[in-house]
Unconditional design. Structure first.
Length: 548
């Protein structure tokens, strides 16, 4: 069989490197991945191995947004991880290069690497360039916010159409510090991707060079006996959280880092994110809450300038091993990293904010925790009246109707990992709120997720979710809700006797039936407070089957 795919006599003595690419033509995020896979295979061959390429799925969160397809997004993370594991187990690859470009395929590749624990290097497909509208940069965020602006009469449909035509100018992942770019930065901070590899744009010639060097690096890791779980240590995850906080990254970072950590056998909790976020300053002025995009960070020096600033301040574990075979600190020394430019990335002593970009809230409405992005958020304490919606669609209709009023707290439930099922993102409704000029005087709370492009007082991942009896399922229209970011509180201001009465009337909603992947996901998925893992087990993680 191997002769039939091109092996010659000498190839049977060489290590076999699997090159997994989530490549397709469905979305700009993944268009260039086949090109990178070819470069990675050449790199592995040049390093003395044989390389075998294979593909896996990747859905487009942007195209799936706002309809039932968004329920497939988070479950695709587990499907991708499983498919890479399946191929590696079946074909007995000695090492891997994993290549991804869209939101869930990135953490999926890192989950697979941690689960398999064979030498692996991760390669990001790269960010897109921002579009240009009348001389100013625009991204997909502007399109979604434009929907709300049109509904509020603040923008014409003609202007929105002009922005829509230019917002995504070509291949690459969404241009701001949204989920894909956040996870790419995480991968570099974890040590699973080559230094400086997170920020070059998708169409940049450096991408092919990064892929080529990554193919060679996978072979070198095998020769050196370095496996992912030696890199993915507790300290490495703390480094990744630190970088997410400094960059003002996506709330999805919480779900994904917890899932990767579980596969690596590392205990990580929501409290770790809050502890680190309180001591790490927010340094990068990046969209969605800031002014700049990923290509601006690249021009300023990339993720390494953030890493170096944090390391010099004693906020990173510099001794962590990476896929280069050297430590994080050694990599930064070899790169000769410049100082922060002061605009895209602020110096440690002049941060945008004293604390990091994400916070974890707890309280009577979220006993197991909830996540809020505080980067770019001006409101730190908010009390308002609940407007309850069973799902995203009626909430979106409410916002577009013009009924939204200052002090509203939109409560969208039934959208958690099990109840959705699939924990869909809600960029459409949050962007519509922001575009209607209510981004600072209206709050949104959900057991679902938000896009990395979400802004405003948007609190997601509320746990327990309503489908399993969480307090969010007991909220009624008009209930007062308190949000206190400084105190990390999210409370339902309703008497306990009344909540007890409501709980007696509550019934669990039926799970999605059938044999489809979403039905299986609903039956098996765990809480968002543990990363929304399928078949989550606190005590064990899978092992690669041994040969007889």
């Amino acid at each position: 069989m191997l002769r039939a795919v091109g092996f010659e006599d000498g190839d049977f003595d060489k290590c076999q490197v699997g090159v997994a690419a989530a490549a397709n033509d469905v979305t700009p995020c993944n268009m260039g991945l086949s090109r990178l896979a070819s470069a990675a295979r050449r790199g592995a061959v040049d390093a003395g191995a044989v390389a075998l390429g294979f593909s896996t799925i990747a859905v487009s969160d942007g195209i799936a947004m706002g309809h039932a397809g968004m329920r497939a997004s988070l479950p695709s993370r587990d499907l991708i991880a499983d498919s890479v594991e399946c191929m590696a187990v079946a074909e007995r690859f000695d090492a891997l290069v994993t290549i991804a470009g869209c939101d869930k395929s990135l953490p999926a590749m890192l989950m697979a690497a941690a689960r398999l624990d064979i030498p692996t290097v991760f390669v990001y497909g790269g960010t897109s360039m921002p579009g240009s509208y009348r001389g100013r940069p625009v991204t997909v965020q502007d399109v979604f916010e434009g929907v709300g602006a049109v509904s509020a009469g603040r923008m014409s449909v003609e202007v929105l159409e002009e922005i829509e035509r230019v917002a995504c100018p070509g291949e690459g992942s969404c241009a701001g510090m949204y989920t894909a770019n956040t996870v790419a930065a995480e991968a570099e901070a974890l040590g699973m991707a080559l230094p400086g590899s997170a920020t070059p744009p998708a169409g940049d010639p450096r991408r092919a060079d990064i892929a080529h060097r990554s193919g060679a690096a996978a072979v070198h890791l095998l020769d050196a006996g370095i496996r992912p779980r030696q890199i993915l240590t507790r300290d490495a995850f703390e480094n990744a959280i630190t970088v997410v906080m400094a960059l003002g990254g996506s709330t999805n970072a919480v779900l994904h880092l917890m899932a990767i950590a579980h596969e690596a056998g590392v205990a990580l909790s929501l409290d770790d994110f809050d502890r680190i976020g309180r001591r790490v300053p927010h340094l990068a002025d990046l969209r969605p809450g800031g002014r700049y995009v990923m290509t601006d960070l690249d021009r300023a020096g990339g993720v390494p300038i953030v890493l170096k600033a944090l390391l010099d301040a004693g906020l990173l574990h510099g001794e962590c091993l990476t896929v280069t075979g050297a430590t994080l600190a050694e990599n930064l020394t070899a790169l000769g990293v410049p100082s922060p430019d002061g605009s895209v990335v602020r110096p440690i002593d002049r941060p945008l904010h004293e604390e990091g970009g994400l916070a974890i809230l707890r309280g009577s409405l979220a006993p197991d925790g909830a996540v809020v992005k505080v980067a770019g958020l001006n409101v730190r304490r908010f009390t308002g009246a609940a407007r309850v919606f069973e799902g995203e669609d009626p909430a979106m209709a409410y916002v577009r109707s013009g009924a939204l009023r200052p002090g509203d707290v939109l409560v969208i439930r039934g959208e958690g990992p099990r109840g959705g099922p699939g924990m869909p993102e809600m960029l459409a409704v949050t962007a519509a709120v922001n575009g209607s000029n209510h981004g600072q005087d209206v709050a949104l709370i959900t057991d679902g997720r938000f896009s990395g492009a979400t802004t405003g007082l948007s609190i997601g991942h509320v746990a327990p979710e309503s489908a399993v009896g969480g307090p969010i399922g007991l909220v009624a229209d008009g209930d007062r809700i308190l949000i206190d970011v400084e105190e990390r509180r999210l409370d339902l201001l309703v008497a306990s006797a009344e909540l007890t009465r409501r709980r007696g009337l509550w019934h669990a909603p039926p799970l999605l039936g059938g044999n489809g992947f979403l039905a299986k996901y609903a039956r098996l998925v765990g809480s968002a407070s543990y990363g929304a893992l399928v078949g989550h087990d606190h005590t064990a993680h899978p092992q690669l089957p041994a040969d007889p």
